[in-house]
Design a protein around this ligand. Sequence first.
Ligand SMILES: [Fe+2]
Length: 277
Amino acid sequence: MRQELDTLGEVIGKAVTGRGLSQIELAQSIQLSVEDLRKKINSNSLLEGQLAGLEKVLLLKQGTLLAIQNRSDLTTSLEVPNGLECINTPFTDFDVNAYLLKREGWPESILFDSGYGMELAKWEGLNPEPSRLYLTHTDRDHVGGINGIQKYYPHLKVFSQDAEPYSSGDYFSDGEVFSHGEIEIEARKVPGHTPAATVYVIWGLEVPVAIVGDVIYRQSIGGVRGDYEEALYEMRRQILTLPEETLLAPGHGPYTTVREEKRTNPFFPECSPSISI
Ligand SMILES: [Fe+2]
């Protein structure tokens, strides 16, 4: 399983694109040539002062790029509620996460996203059988496996936001709440990566869980294709206001929490956790 974090280059690249800076402007901001900057990013060899300079020009949280370059400042184990499983499958040169939720006494289980359709055998024999699949967004690495999964479970219904419909799915509106026994699943639209990227907040487990797709990752964010400032605003409003113990389950890379992202995510310099652990 490749539960990879964004590299330093990927994090900087997302911020550069979002801020509309050129490579030349970025390199000049810390008195390097474009070529030298590229080499130092790729070899994780920028000096602390240079990283601080990049954080300043890109409006990123102080100290976070050094932590990413050093791969430090990570908590190691997070509590995953009973019944939540990550189904991790390959896409191209990276992996994609889908999630399975099942609870004691439930006659059926629930899926979030499908992966691209590689290693389909991972979906065979799920017990209890899944009845619903909720989509975070419709990028191919998150929907490509649906047809294959439906061969195992022909009654599986697919749900997505009406502003980002899946061709053979059922649609719902922003703010919809789905009830599954004692569990409620709240659909929150967080546009940016895609027009109606959806975060599913699951209430009623041991801790709240948010299935966040490609909106936010551990120490990074998904690539923003729309308005960068609006995307960051919506992430703050819809995700970082959740209880700090909320487990974030992203479409790529490892689990994290709201608390961890307030503490270590470069893209939210104004955030800090209320309780340090
Ligand atoms: Fe995506």
